[in-house]
Design a protein around this ligand. Structure first.
Ligand code: TAP
Length: 487
């Protein structure tokens, strides 16, 4: 661990060393629940450090790929143990840096540990198939080759899980990585890299360069020695990365936004639907790509569902995520708060009816942070901005429909297709939903948010580059298939 850690200034990790940027510039990250609390500072790096990192990764990958999967897996198992030992500290840092509640941050860090162990085990699993050749005296089979250097560009909303669900598979399949985490949560990510350092990965196999997306993210995307970019973030940035990679023939994987619906059928268990809607929409202050943002309810149960939803929402305790009873923390940044308030205004202007929340929270503990009330609109028509665009905040658009067919039509009538859920007790309706819903993750009688690390994850339509992450699907991105013919 670095001395600078104690001084709350984090350095870049390049070729096995913690180094300051030549820019001499740092960015200070403040706690969004209390901006008097300084979480740490990160390097605002230049292309020079990024080039050094890619050079180190390129060199290191040559020997890394030669290790057996079992040998590479041992590093990941060790990193998992180290992260597990530091779980409380890293989770607390996450809560202070981006605001989610401590139990959520602990859950995410524990998931990081599980991701490392899952991919560590991958080192001993099959990497190809034997395929019968038409030539009876030949052996034909497939094997996997690593890409080389992989660039990892991540958002701030899951600063442990997303970097790990990208880096762990990249590493186990023999790639070296350069990660550029979102500035807003780069201190937490630097701590994850410290765990990898302590696990003893050979120098240059894992590199961290912090700084702005438009400088470091762009340079990583454009670097001729970076064979692939795995990105999670907004659609605008993702599409730019995709174009950059396409132009120079690099592989890319983009996981982007969502506008995730929950459908409540007239035969649903309404208590379950309300609990899951609240959890899906308001946990992490709505800042999950799979968060519920549209709730489409059959007319017969609309009023009853609405009353239950309002009454449960009124009970939510908002505040600093480190406090024990708090259920929902602040927005992750001032910018994020402004975006949410902008969409709330837009909803009002376009004629939706605000029936809960809608304001920045003020007074006492709230004045030093970026708190917004959990917000619910009704009389939302499917073409309104708040029913079409990703808000990434605790805002629900309630939409009433007459029949389930209308519900699915409305649910599909957006450009995104990440996750969707339905509440119903009718098996035929469940199956129609599963069949017709245009989303990469469809869930029945369960909230829209929720991802399991061993299953493929990704979106349809504008939510993704149509690739999948996690589980066995990760192998498709982080390796190339070689077909081998031996006679
Ligand atoms: P973005 O603003 O897109 O940022 C994501 C990352 O890209 C950050 O590290 C950012 O750097 C970097 N970046 C910015 N400009 C870049 C450029 N020109 N070239 C290369 N990299 C660049 O997203 P965000 O606000 O952090 O995250 C929220 C978004 O992520 C939402 O849309 C959400 O839906 C999406 N998200 C999707 C998923 C999945 S799995 N689909 C999961 C979580 C989040 P800096 O910010 O440091 O400048």
């Amino acid at each position: 661990m670095t001395v600078e850690t104690k001084n709350k200034t984090y350095l870049n990790f390049v070729n096995g060393e913690w180094v300051a940027s030549v820019s001499g510039e740092v960015k200070t990250n403040l706690n969004p629940a209390n901006t008097d609390d300084v979480v740490g500072a990160i390097q605002m790096s230049t292309k020079e450090e990024l080039n050094d990192a890619v050079k180190a990764a390129k060199q290191a990958q040559k020997a890394w790929r030669k290790l057996s999967g079992n040998e590479r897996g041992a590093y990941l198992f060790k990193a998992a143990d180290i992260l597990e030992n530091r779980l409380d500290e890293i989770a607390e840092c996450m809560t202070r840096e981006m605001g989610k509640t401590l139990p959520e941050a602990k859950g995410e860090t524990a998931r990081g540990v599980a991701i490392l162990r899952y991919y560590a085990g991958e080192g001993l699993r099959s990497e190809g198939d034997v395929i019968p050749s038409t030539d009876p005296s030949a052996l034909m089979f497939t094997k996997r080759a690593p890409l080389g250097v992989v660039g990892v560009i991540t958002p701030w909303n899951f600063p442990v899980a997303i970097p790990l669900w990208k880096m762990a598979p990249a590493l186990i399949y023999g790639n070296a990585v350069v990660i550029k985490p979102a500035q807003e949560a780069a201190v937490t990510c630097a701590k994850v890299v410290e765990c990898l350092e302590e696990a003893g990965f050979p120098k240059g196999v894992v590199n961290l360069v912090t700084g702005s997306g438009s400088v470091i993210g762009q340079a990583l995307t454009d670097h001729p020695d970076v064979a692939g970019i795995t990105f999670t973030g907004s659609n605008t940035v993702g599409k730019g990365i995709g174009q950059g990679c396409l132009a120079r023939g690099a592989k890319y994987q983009l996981e982007m936004g969502g506008k995730n619906p929950v459908i409540v059928a007239k035969d649903a268990d309404l208590n379950l639907a309300v609990e899951a809607t609240i959890s899906g929409a308001f946990r992490s202050t709505g800042q999950k790509c799979t968060a519920t943002s549209r709730v489409i309810v059959e007319a017969d149960v609309y009023e009853k569902f609405k009353e239950k939803l309002l009454s449960k929402t009124a009970e939510l305790i908002i505040g600093d995520g480190l406090s024990e009873n708090v259920w929902m923390g602040p927005c992750a940044s001032e910018n994020q708060l402004k975006t949410v308030l902008h969409y709330i205004e837009k909803g009002k202007e376009e004629g939706a009816a605000l029936i809960a929340g809608g304001n920045r929270l003020k007074g006492e503990v709230f004045d030093k942070g970026y708190f917004v009330e959990p917000t619910i609109f009704e009389n939302v028509s499917p073409d309104m901005t708040i029913a079409q665009e990703e808000i990434f905040g605790p805002v629900i658009a309630l939409i009433q429909v007459n029949h389930l067919e209308d519900a699915i039509k409305v649910a599909n009538d957006v450009e995104f297709g990440l996750s969707a859920s339905i509440f119903t007790t009718n098996i035929q309706q469940m199956l129609s939903f599963v069949d017709e819903m245009e989303a990469g993750l469809v869930r029945v009688n369960s909230e829209s948010a929720g991802v399991e690390l061993q299953a493929p994850f990704g979106g349809m339509k504008q939510s993704s580059s149509h690739s999948r992450e996690q589980g066995q699907a990760a192998k498709e991105f982080f390796t190339s298939i070689k077909t081998v013919f031996v006679k």
